[in-house]
Ligand binder design. Structure first.
Ligand code: PNS
Length: 168
């Protein structure tokens, strides 16, 4: 038996967390001993939720899923991965449209740190069309996003977008 934990980082903006992200976290837990969901803290990138709000929503949503940790990071992802002694960076893949950007990022990350592997996990078919941006857009105009985000995220979206109220 291995005596070291295999830690994976699941990085992203998570603005906000979706059920597609939850699906990837659950799949990653089947492979790795520990998953760190790492929210990018980048004050110059415009976001709907602050990084603290995003971390809170993720913590509430993964409550009960073990062993998942939630954290923020800034700067280079591979440096954060090194600091956390992670062996892998997890990214979810929805469709071919995700590929080009992910491929470029993975190769750059490998160039910067050859000791951390990029691992791509296919999201479940149910979530293939979802993204944080499209969910925010629908929510803004009162579209029902109930089955696309965890409950703690839905409540936060309802607080931001009054048009969503009435769909509790
Ligand atoms: O959810 P996102 O916005 O697609 O996540 C992108 C993220 C946070 C994984 C990426 O922007 C990132 O890793 N940013 C940190 C800076 C870095 O290390 N970039 C990779 C070198 S190309």
């Amino acid at each position: 038996m291995r005596d070291t934990k295999r830690i994976a980082i699941y990085p992203g903006s998570f603005d906000p967390l979706t059920n597609g992200h939850m699906d990837v976290i659950e799949r990653a837990l089947e492979i790795f001993d520990e998953v760190i969901v790492a929210v990018l803290h980048n004050p110059s990138k415009k976001a709907l939720f602050s990084s603290e709000e995003r971390v809170d929503m993720i913590r509430q949503s993964v409550n009960g899923l073990k062993p998942v940790h939630v954290d923020t990071f800034g700067g280079l992802l591979v440096e954060y991965a090194r600091m956390k002694k992670a062996v892998a960076i997890i990214r979810g893949m929805r469709a071919i449209s995700d590929f080009e950007n992910e491929f470029q990022m993975a190769l750059m990350n490998r160039k910067l740190n050859k000791d951390v592997q990029s691992v791509f996990l296919m999201t479940g078919l149910r979530w293939i069309f979802t993204s944080s941006s499209i969910i925010k857009e629908a929510a803004q105009f009162g579209g029902d996003i109930s089955d696309m985000v965890p409950k703690p995220v839905k409540l936060k979206l309802m607080a931001k977008f009054p048009k969503l109220n009435g769909q509790a």
